[in-house]
Ligand binder design. Structure first.
Ligand code: ADP
Length: 168
């Protein structure tokens, strides 16, 4: 039986921090499903379709990575895919409490599903999609933190958002 791992998140947008976790996850599974949350109550810069596209583009070299959109309960998504392991990235201590709560909640829904955590390389330890969006809005150089394709799409998105604001 194949060892399938699911890596869920918003990925708004994907950064080198996410890609670092993807690379580490691939070393311990046969197939990795990156599950992009399309929960409409969350406020995202990129639509779920765009976030999927950015991930597909940046992982296109990796054969055993699938990028899928999901809504509703993550546990149901894993059950549909026949997966038993969730992977999450762990950064500075601030991630811990929320993740701890999620693991216990998911375990109540299906105790056969477990979560494993991986730490990124040090230079991405403080990197988040929100930080990237903030830096890009302020015109900072983000090329060290996101692939070129993502940087380009982010700049387009931000300049479009700024032009829309001007119209009011
Ligand atoms: P979510 O809204 O689910 O937290 P994110 O896209 O912010 O979605 O994060 C998805 C997963 O990737 C989480 O497990 C998060 O901890 C991890 N992650 C995000 N950025 C990094 C990073 N720089 N290094 C390691 N893991 C990261």
């Amino acid at each position: 039986m194949k060892n399938v791992i699911v890596y869920p998140g918003s990925f708004d947008p994907v950064t080198y921090g996410h890609l670092d976790i993807i690379k580490r996850a691939l070393a311990i599974c046969d197939r990795l499903i990156v599950a992009v949350s399309s929960n409409p109550t969350e406020n995202h810069l990129f639509s779920s379709k765009e976030r999927v596209l950015l991930l597909k583009e940046t992982t296109k070299g990796a054969k055993n990575v699938d990028v899928k959109e999901f809504d509703g309960l993550l546990i149901n998504f894993l059950e549909r895919k026949g997966a038993k392991i969730i992977i999450r990235g762990l950064r500075a201590v601030s991630d811990f409490e929320y993740e701890f709560q999620m693991v216990l909640t998911n375990r109540k829904l299906n105790e056969k599903i477990d979560t494993i955590f991986m730490m990124p390389t040090e230079k991405y330890f403080y990197l988040s999609s929100s930080l990237i969006k903030e830096l890009a809005t302020l015109g900072a150089d983000i090329s060290k933190y996101v692939p070129e394709f993502v940087e380009k799409k982010l700049k387009e998105k931000i300049s479009y958002a700024k032009s829309q604001k001007k119209a009011f």
